[in-house]
Design a protein around this ligand. Structure first.
Ligand code: DC
Length: 235
C-alpha cells in the first residue's frame, strides 16, 4: 500500500494461468456493475503483434518500442491493435507463449503500465450503463505493482494438475485434439517463467487474500469473493 487514492475503487484478481481468475473477475464486474480490465490480453496483443511483425521476444528494446507504438483497444471479448482484429488470435497457444516471454522484460511492462492505470480513470469517468464507478482487474501483478492501493486483492490459485485439466477440457470443447501431458507441460513452463522472472513476478501481494480453487466450483469461488467484497464495504 502507498496510501494513494485511486480514481475509482479497484478489486485485483491475480493468479497463475488456468486458476479461473478471468471467470471470477468477469463475474465480479458483472455483479457489481463495474468495468473489467484483463491485463493478460494486453500482453497477448503484444505477443501476437511481435509474431506478426517478426520482432524477437528476447529483443527487449524492440518489443518495448512495439508496445509503446501500438494503439490497443480492449472491449469485452474483443481485442484490436492498430485497427487489426486480434480477438481470436490472442487465444492461441503460440501467442500465449510469446506473451509470457514478452512479459519478462521490464521495459515492456513499463510501456503498458499507464494504459492499465488509465482503466481506473475510465471506470471512474465512464462506468458501464446502469453500473457504478469501479474496476475489477485481473492478471499477475495487479495487486503488487499496478494497483498497490486497491481496496481488495484476491490471489486465486489452484494446483498445476487441476489447471491443466480445466484447460484440457476447454480445448476439447472447442473441438481441438490435445494431449493432457502437453497441456500440463505448457502450464508448468508458463508458471516457471511468470514466477521466476525478475520484473514483477507472479506472487501474492502481502495484503492479498489467497483462495485455492483446486477443489472449488466457480460458484463457490464467487460466493467467497462476494463475501470479501461485502466485508470491505464495496457492495
Ligand atoms: O493471463 P494470461 O494467461 O492471459 O496472460 C498471458 C501472459 O501475460 C502470461 O503468461 C503472463 C503475462 N502477464 C503478466 O506478466 N502480467 C499480467 N498482469 C498479466 C499477464
Amino acid at each position: 500500500m502507498t496510501g494513494r487514492r485511486l480514481p475509482a475503487p479497484v478489486i485485483c484478481v491475480d493468479g497463475p494461468s488456468g486458476s479461473g481468475k478471468g471467470s471470477l473477475a468477469t463475474a465480479l464486474a458483472e455483479r457489481l456493475g463495474w468495468r473489467y480490465l484483463e491485463s493478460g490480453a494486453l500482453y497477448r496483443v503484444i505477443g501476437a503483434m511481435a509474431l506478426e511483425r517478426g520482432v524477437a521476444t528476447d529483443d527487449e528494446a524492440a518489443l518495448a518500442s512495439l508496445a509503446q507504438g501500438l494503439d490497443i483497444e480492449l472491449a469485452g471479448e474483443g481485442a484490436q491493435a492498430d485497427g487489426i482484429d486480434l480477438t481470436e488470435r490472442i487465444r492461441d497457444e503460440d501467442v500465449a507463449a510469446a506473451a509470457s516471454e514478452a512479459a519478462r522484460h521490464p521495459q515492456v511492462r513499463q510501456a503498458i503500465l499507464t494504459q492499465q492505470r488509465r482503466a481506473a480513470e475510465t471506470a471512474a469517468a465512464e462506468p458501464p450503463a446502469e453500473g457504478t464507478p469501479g474496476l475489477v482487474a485481473d492478471g499477475r501483478d495487479m495487486g503488487t505493482v499496478v494497483f498497490p492501493d486497491a481496496e481488495l486483492k484476491i490471489f486465486l490459485d489452484a494446483s498445476a494438475e487441476e489447471r491443466a485439466q480445466r484447460r484440457y477440457k476447454q480445448l476439447r470443447n472447442k473441438g481441438m485434439t490435445v494431449n493432457l501431458r502437453n497441456v500440463l507441460a505448457n502450464i508448468r513452463d508458463r508458471d516457471a517463467r511468470d514466477k521466476g522472472r525478475a520484473a514483477s513476478p507472479l506472487q501474492p501481494a502481502s495484503d492479498a487474500v489467497i483462495i485455492d480453487s483446486t477443489d472449488m466450483t466457480i460458484t463457490d469461488v464467487l460466493r467467497q469473493a462476494l463475501a470479501l467484497v461485502r466485508e470491505r464495504g464495496l457492495a
